[in-house]
Design a protein around this ligand. Structure first.
Ligand code: SF4
Length: 418
């Protein structure tokens, strides 16, 4: 049998540190086979699970998920923060979704590339062994989830209806990664420069620029960009309408939405509508949408909070590089979005992370952000990015392209990085 070609991010370490965060944040959908397996494990008769909750819940007509405790934790999470299924029957007895997290596997040419979810604190802190040293174990998990017809998966479109082949698409992905590589350049400037050359690529007519000519054009653009964008320009306020769209998107990222914590009552929905009205108007107090983000006024998140702390640069650079190398921003990994639109959505997570970091700082009565604020905010953002159904809707995608095509993405970057 041909071995699965698997590419790992060389800059990332990870091992599970049993923080149990993933078992408290995610609703775990299971297959029929997993349902049968769990039912034969005899949990209900054992009396080991919290009483009064059916361990498996039907969602609609076809889906099934594990039940959650009142605080949102999985029904199988014990008081020590450990998985009861794992403890009693071993790792392989758990649902596949639990075994995969925080990995994400995506097609890349004739192989598979691996990304990680930065909602996991061990990922953001780069804790554990190098992924490269764990290749055998990661390949085993990948083989459980990668579809047999993966080699037939076409690359994501470049933009609109423009379809390049895998080789050409990967030329662009490699240049995106290269643009993020330099550790001496601040992340804000790296993102501004990348957007600059990608905007030019978006406007290019590809009828005659294919193959080697595309590679030459990319080299030329990437090399010339630092002279065109030599430094971070002075912050200019984004247009009001862009700020409104931005806050609405940011509010969606801030929502803590495990099934157990979702309030679908009339009161709950009214609260959500009120929050949306305040986010869009930019006036009044934001309600508490997340345990770390308290009731603060929208205007308190504006103004200067100081530059992005140097200590956060490594994390932010690693985040973008892992997402780029792992193709975790476009195509099947991001609501079938084209490469350019997906990258714009990924870049938008930067000012959103900084905005949520400000929100966390203001909640704690501070007027500057710390590396910890950024780390916590990034965990919130990446819990949702590419996974919350909201961001795959037409209106959310449209908000991102409207912000990007009006020149406001660059403004948001500099506005919230000051
Ligand atoms: S089944 Fe186990 S690993 Fe999966 S969410 Fe529940 S407690 Fe966590």
């Amino acid at each position: 049998m041909v071995q699965l070609q698997i590419e790992l991010p060389t800059i990332q370490n990870w091992n599970c540190h049993n923080c149990s965060g993933c078992c408290k944040q995610h609703g775990i959908f299971i297959t029929e086979e997993e349902q049968r397996r769990i039912e034969t494990q005899g949990w209900e008769a054992s009396g080991e699970l919290p009483q009064g909750i059916e361990p498996i819940v039907k969602v609609g007509r076809k889906k099934v998920r594990l039940a959650q405790q009142p605080d949102g934790a999985c029904i199988f999470l014990d008081d020590q923060g450990l998985c009861r299924i794992h403890g009693k029957f071993g790792e392989a007895a758990k649902p596949l979704a639990c075994r995969i997290y925080p990995y994400a596997f995506h097609p890349k040419g004739d192989g598979i590339t691996v990304s990680l979810r930065f909602s996991c604190p061990s990922v953001t802190q780069n804790l554990g062994k190098s992924l490269v040293r764990q290749k055998k174990d990661i390949r085993e998990i990948a083989e459980l989830v990668v579809p047999k017809n993966r080699e037939e998966t076409p690359p994501p479109k470049l933009t609109g209806q423009t379809q390049l082949d895998w080789e050409e698409t990967l030329e662009i992905v490699n240049r995106l990664d290269l643009s993020m590589e330099d550790e001496a350049t601040p992340i804000t400037l790296k993102l501004l420069r990348t957007l600059f050359w990608l905007n030019l690529i978006e406007q290019t007519n590809y009828q005659n620029i294919r193959g080697e000519r595309l590679a030459e054009l990319l080299d030329l653009l990437v090399e010339a960009t630092p002279a065109e964008v030599p430094s971070i320009p002075e912050a200019v306020a984004p247009a009001k309408v862009a700020l409104m769209q931005f806050r609405l998107l940011a509010g969606q990222y801030a929502r803590k939405d495990t099934f157990a914590s979702m309030d679908t009552s009339f009161r709950g929905r009214f609260r959500q509508l009120k929050a949306a009205a305040r986010l869009s108007s930019g006036k009044g107090a934001l309600p508490q949408l997340h345990p770390d983000l308290g009731e603060v006024s929208v205007s308190a998140l504006e103004g200067s909070f100081g530059p992005v702390p140097d200590e956060a640069e490594e994390l932010l650079t690693r985040y973008f590089r892992v997402k780029i190398q792992g193709m975790h921003f476009c195509g099947p990994a991001y609501y079938d979005t084209s490469l350019i639109e997906g990258f714009q959505a990924l870049v938008l997570t930067y000012p959103i992370t900084l905005w949520l970091a400000r929100w966390r700082a203001v909640t704690q009565k501070r007027t500057s952000i710390t590396p910890e604020d950024i780390r916590e905010a990034l965990q919130i953002v990446d819990h949702q990015h590419g996974y919350s159904q909201v961001f795959g809707t037409w209106s959310s995608k449209k908000r991102v392209t409207t912000i990007a095509h009006s020149g406001n993405l660059e403004k948001l970057l500099t506005w919230y990085a000051q």
